[in-house]
Structures are given as C-alpha cells and as structure tokens.
Design a protein around this ligand. Structure first.
Ligand code: IMP
Ligand code: MG
Length: 180
C-alpha cells in the first residue's frame, strides 16, 4: 500500500478515557474476585497494558495468538491458534481482551476453546466493535466504542504489521496521496 492517507478517528485522550471507563466498570463487577485476562496478540497488547494499570482488583495476565486476518484488509474467516495460554483457567473468572471485533469469528472461536477448560465465567472486553460486519453471534460484555465499517490502525492495531506504534487510532484511506 504505497498510496494511503490516515485520518484520525480517536485521539490518545479519547482512547484513554474510554479505557479508564472500561477498567472502572470491570473493577466494580469483579470486586472480590481474581480475574484472568487473556489478551489476544498482537493487536490488543497496547489496550491491555493501559487497561490493567487502571484495574483495582487482583489480576493475572496471559496471552493467546490467533491468526485470522492474513495479509490485507479482509478476514479469511478461518481462525488458527498459534500460541496458547499457559495459565490454568479451570474454575477461574476469565476476561478476553480484544482490540476490535469484525465478523466475530475470532472471539467465537476463542470463547468456545477456552470454555473447554471449564472456567467459572468467561466474558469479552473489546475496545472497538464494527457491529455492522458481524457474521456470527458473539456477545461483547465490555465495549469501548462501536465504529462504522472502516479499516482502522494505530494503538496496537496494524495494517500488514505497520502502524501498531501510533498512539491514536486512524482510519486508512487507500489509494489516496500520503499526508505527512
Ligand atoms: P473477526 O474475527 O472477523 O471478528 O476479526 C477480528 C480481528 O480482525 C481482530 O482481532 C483484528 O486483528 C482484525 N481486524 C478487524 N478489523 C480490523 C481493522 O479495521 N484494522 C485492523 N485489524 C482489524
Ligand atoms: Mg487481533
């Protein structure tokens, strides 16, 4: 993608306030419990690292790496696990941390798979949701913000592994002259 333009969707301040709001809600709901956060790599790493700093409950963190998107802007629809969690979750309260929900296939797959280990509860926290693109039914228990059907990057989220470092969230306009 040589020619593109990035247009800002959310500032760092807006993201911070969304993340803090989610953390407050989670801290309230899980008060007195110990929570295991399962972060989906790679996209959710920045969201997770900001979120946990605001949590006021005991938490453990683990990571899973799922591949569904392949290269480019379209999902293949197939989900593959390339790195599994290492923490036992049987009888535990689990919260999946995801960057953005699209077809819902990634979360449907992971929720089902983690469910096989018999956690006490399993819920989903996602920063962004493109609800209009849902293909399978999956409930997001903690949602930062619903967005339109646009391709976004930044704040951990990539296009072909680029732009993860950007502190803000932008949408990509392909075939447009690059804006410096
Ligand atoms: P789903 O399985 O179709 O719901 O796709 C979810 C995954 O696709 C997320 O974990 C992201 O990695 C990726 N994804 C979805 N939308 C975007 C986007 O707008 N930009 C970058 N990655 C995205
Ligand atoms: Mg992802």
């Amino acid at each position: 993608m040589d020619q593109y333009r990035l247009n800002r969707l959310l500032t760092a301040e807006e993201i911070a306030s969304i993340v803090k709001g989610l953390a407050d809600q989670i801290s309230r709901d899980y008060e007195g419990k110990e929570l295991i956060l399962v972060c989906i790599l790679k996209g959710a790493f920045m969201f997770l690292s900001d979120l946990i700093r605001h949590l006021r409950i005991p938490v453990k963190v683990d990571f899973v790496r799922l591949a569904s998107y392949g290269a480019g802007m379209k999902s293949s629809g197939l989900v593959e696990i390339t790195k599994d969690i290492e923490t036992p979750i049987e009888g535990k309260d689990v919260l999946i941390i995801e960057d953005i929900v699209d077809s819902g296939r990634t979360l449907q797959f992971l929720k089902e798979r983690l469910g096989l280990s018999n956690p006490r509860s399993i819920k989903i926290c996602a920063l962004l949701d493109k609800k209009a693109r849902r293909e399978v039914q999956v409930e997001v228990d903690y949602l930062g913000k619903e967005i339109e059907d646009i391709f976004i990057v930044g704040y951990g989220i990539d296009f072909n592994e680029n732009f993860r470092n950007l502190p803000e969230i932008h949408y990509v306009i392909p075939n447009a002259p690059k804006k410096e």
